[in-house]
Design a binder for this molecule. Structure first.
Ligand code: ZN
Length: 173
């Protein structure tokens, strides 16, 4: 039988004590520092390899994060729906981001309410979407948690003046 949302929430809370969350958020801030430095390098030379590097690094991190969640919460035998619940509760616990999920014809949409943490550093400054690292992260995490290969493209971004960051996700066959 599937756990209900409250049970999942309790389980996540019992596995992740408050000091773990603090450590995670500190580690995340280091990741963001690198992301910002690499993006600044891109702005200087407009070398698109650096954007790919951000996506690929995000993919690796997302994959590890997804595998971590699978293992911490012992989700291997669980349904994809339950895995998604756990991931949601995990995200709400670490409070780095609030994500709204929706579905369009042919693809899914993830809206990061108020933008990604990274984009807030460049609010209305760039004229283009900049959250390549987050896009890769979504792809890597989806691979680990749901065993799906996806392509992720950011369609709206706080950095180019949108009110949030929006990612479109296509499953590749
Ligand atoms: Zn963005």
């Amino acid at each position: 039988m599937e756990d209900d949302f409250k049970n999942i929430s309790n389980k996540v809370n019992s596995v992740l004590p408050d000091d773990w969350i603090g450590g995670f958020e500190l580690g995340w801030s280091w990741t963001e520092d690198f992301e910002r430095r690499i993006y600044s390098l891109y702005l200087q030379g407009m070398n698109s390899n650096l954007l790919k590097l951000l996506y690929d690094a995000g993919y690796d991190t997302g994959k590890r994060l997804g595998e971590g969640i699978l293992s911490y919460f012992e989700l291997e035998p669980r349904s994809l729906k339950e895995r998604a619940y756990y991931f949601d509760v995990f995200l709400s616990k670490i409070q780095i981001v609030t994500i709204k999920y929706s579905k369009e014809e042919g693809y899914r949409v993830l809206t990061f309410i108020g933008g990604t943490q990274f984009s807030r550093n460049f609010k209305e400054l760039t004229g283009e979407s900049i959250c390549h690292h987050t896009a890769g992260l979504i792809a890597g995490c989806t691979k680990a948690l749901f065993n799906r290969d996806v392509i992720v493209v950011e369609s709206r971004c706080l950095a180019k003046g949108d009110t949030d960051c929006e990612f479109r996700v296509w499953v590749t066959e």
